[in-house]
Design a protein around this ligand. Structure first.
Ligand SMILES: [Zn+2]
Ligand SMILES: [Zn+2]
Length: 423
């Protein structure tokens, strides 16, 4: 079949463009099965069906088109827009990720010299900018698994590319989580392997800074990963308790309030050691962190996470106290102040949490008692008002129902709590 020409469409292909606009995936699927429908056909502006689906923010449609072999890097659009640029303009992060995962090039520029990330930033789609800037394809890492120039052996042994890529793609930057990812892979959990990975991370970081379309976010992320891997290597070399010991050091809380001081200092040090002093991102991070006393908010982890992944509200209770994974819902049954993914994470944290658990429990009970007193006071005040006017009666009823619903919430959290792992 000859290469599609702009605007040269069969009637079924015309129908496909209409069906995409309407978002009818089933009908699109039927049409893509027709003989006279080419998945990479071009409308009069040089847009493919995939570009249309991406621009309109239709994720299911994009998935279907990619499954049918849509070319993610087709570049026939009259102004040089790619499917990734359209995804960025739509603001749909799922679609942006899908395009990247399908091999979309990030450094292609349109007719006015803008990349997809720059296009997305221009229209204020910052979540898409983050997705694009954080993406690092396996192919880019695999480059280091082949000997370059006069090298006799590659910088990165091919067997390490998989586990290292897994760490790179993680949006959870909690160092405990990273150490766990290293620990789960015997190939990686070894001094020589870690040193090789570290060097590759620093090389990529340098490339991100020096390339024409500078990517400070990715450069910082690679540098940070390199620091964590370096820490792993030094614990494997010098400490008897190896990576277990590193995890313990990262989790160990200070006596007064359980705040993990070593972890905070380690992350601050990683940021400070970023070798490209002129980077705007580095200056921003240092400005946000330097004035904060250790133990106060924001933590270095939350500042770094927000800068790299764009995740805000990092202090929300749904993040695991141990490993930082999102969606944790197992609460410590005694203090109810910390939350974990599962009993394993709770067990890992117990050695240090047990020192402050009781204290946290007392704090919480005191707070609850105070707020209950306040509520009583408010409701008795509102009762006095109610007696005065009839219309106010309803308000008092609402206040009462508020109290019942918060009791109900407390009961639910009891139900999901788990017994302590030890002692
Ligand atoms: Zn966890
Ligand atoms: Zn507790």
């Amino acid at each position: 079949m000859s290469a599609p020409k702009k605007g040269d469409l069969s009637s079924s292909e015309k129908e496909l463009f209409e069906v995409i606009t309407r978002g009818n995936v089933q009908e699109a699927s039927r049409l893509l099965g027709c003989k006279d429908v080419r998945v990479n056909c071009l409308d009069e502006y040089g847009m493919t069906p995939l570009m249309h689906a991406a621009y309109k923010g239709k994720a299911d449609m994009c998935k279907l088109l990619l499954q049918h072999g849509a070319d993610v890097n087709c570049n026939e659009h009259e102004h040089g827009y790619t499917a990734l640029m359209f995804a960025g303009l739509s603001g749909n992060t799922e679609i942006a990720w899908m395009m990247l995962d399908a091999g979309a090039e990030t450094d292609v520029v349109n007719s006015v010299g803008r990349t997809a990330a720059q296009m997305a930033a221009f229209v204020g789609q910052h979540d898409c900018v983050t997705v694009i800037n954080n993406f690092f394809s396996r192919a880019r890492l695999d480059y280091y698994t082949k000997p370059q120039g006069l090298e006799k052996e590659p910088k990165l042994p091919p067997k390490l590319a998989g586990p290292l890529h897994k760490i790179i793609m993680s949006t959870n930057l909690n160092p405990v989580k990273m150490v766990l990812l290293v620990q789960e892979n015997p190939l990686l959990a070894e001094v020589e392997a870690l040193d090789k990975c570290r060097r590759v991370m620093e090389l990529i970081s340098e490339k991100c800074i020096k390339q024409q379309d500078m990517n400070e976010v990715l450069a910082m992320k690679m540098h940070y990963i390199s620091c964590v891997l370096g820490k792993c290597a030094s614990f494997l070399k010098d400490r008897e308790d190896k990576l277990e010991g590193l995890i313990k050091s990262l989790l160990k809380g200070r006596d007064s309030d359980g705040f993990p001081v070593f972890q905070e200092k380690f992350i601050r040090e990683c940021i400070r050691k970023f070798p490209y002093c002129d980077a705007t991102l580095l200056q921003q991070l240092v400005r946000s962190i330097a004035p904060v006393e250790i133990g106060n908010d924001p933590t270095a982890m939350s500042v770094l996470t927000q800068a790299i992944t764009g995740q805000v509200g990092f202090m929300d209770a749904e993040f695991c106290t141990t490993c930082g994974e999102k969606g944790a819902e197992k609460r410590c049954s005694i203090c109810k102040m910390v939350i974990y993914c599962n009993p394993t994470c709770q067990k890992m944290h117990w050695f240090t949490h047990k020192k402050v658990c009781k204290k946290l429990q007392e704090q919480r009970e005191k707070q609850e008692a105070e707020s209950a007193k306040l509520r009583m006071k408010q409701s008795s005040e509102s009762k006095a008002v109610t007696e005065a006017t009839e219309s106010m009666e309803q308000l008092s009823v609402e206040t009462n129902s508020d109290v019942t619903s918060s009791n109900a919430a407390a009961e639910t959290s009891d139900a999901t709590s788990i017994p302590d792992a030890e002692n």
